[in-house]
Ligand binder design. Sequence first.
Ligand SMILES: NC(=O)c1ccc[n+]([C@@H]2O[C@H](COP(=O)([O-])OP(=O)(O)OC[C@H]3O[C@@H](n4cnc5c(N)ncnc54)[C@H](OP(=O)(O)O)[C@@H]3O)[C@@H](O)[C@H]2O)c1
Length: 234
Amino acid sequence: MKIENAVALVTGANRGIGLAFARELLARGARKVYVGARDPAAVTQSGVQALRLDVTKSEDVSSAAALASDVTLVINNAGIAQTGGFLAADSEDAARRIFETNFFAVLRVSKAFAPVLKANGGGALLNVLSVASWVNGGELAAYSASKSAAWSLTNALRSELATQKTQVLALHMAYVDTDLTRGFDVPKSSPEEIVKRALDGLESGFDEVLADELTLQVKRGMTAPRPSYLPQAS
Ligand SMILES: NC(=O)c1ccc[n+]([C@@H]2O[C@H](COP(=O)([O-])OP(=O)(O)OC[C@H]3O[C@@H](n4cnc5c(N)ncnc54)[C@H](OP(=O)(O)O)[C@@H]3O)[C@@H](O)[C@H]2O)c1
């Protein structure tokens, strides 16, 4: 889809990758950008419409879908992460909390906005996933599992929304320089470069964007003799 004149909603867009999406959408000529935030007062970006939207609250999601009835592009960006493996003492609670935001909220927002997108000609849904959809080494165990589940959800939604001509794009990438990765001493992409690649892919009609070299390597390596999702010999 074309961004020029689009009406976009980005969840979790008061900071990080979501904020970079909001800025790039404005730069590409979007007619309106709704910035979803748990606290609308935290939205400092000018030229956008702040919208109270805690994606884990069904009342917020239904109000947003009623209010933002002109939306043609939904970006499911809001997400949380927690380090730790499945054998950690709090792993079940952590997994439930993470899945509530990274999986069930993506489902909730997508369902609420599917009729809005249909009424506005089809439009597009862009789900922010991760290279962690395909690899899980246990450091971010529940997070990675939630992104695998959200990847599967995205693939199902692409099929289900095909009849109403909604483009569904999955965005996968490794580390990006935001608050979420502050504690990780690893190479990181900037939010701006990831967002540009994602929106280039959207405008080119793609179903999937692999936004950095590591993600491309992991995807290519999935059919290697020793697949990339298994522990590699050091
Ligand atoms: N950073 C990376 O390396 C990386 C890599 C791959 C994928 N991703 C994905 O990219 C997305 C954005 O991550 P980020 O790096 O920008 O993280 P971030 O800097 O921590 O920002 C997360 C955003 O999500 C919002 N959020 C969290 N829970 C929410 C909820 N229940 N309702 C509404 N908003 C909520 C936060 O709002 P508050 O300010 O209210 O907390 C914040 O605006 C996530 O889906 C993440 O999994 C990130």
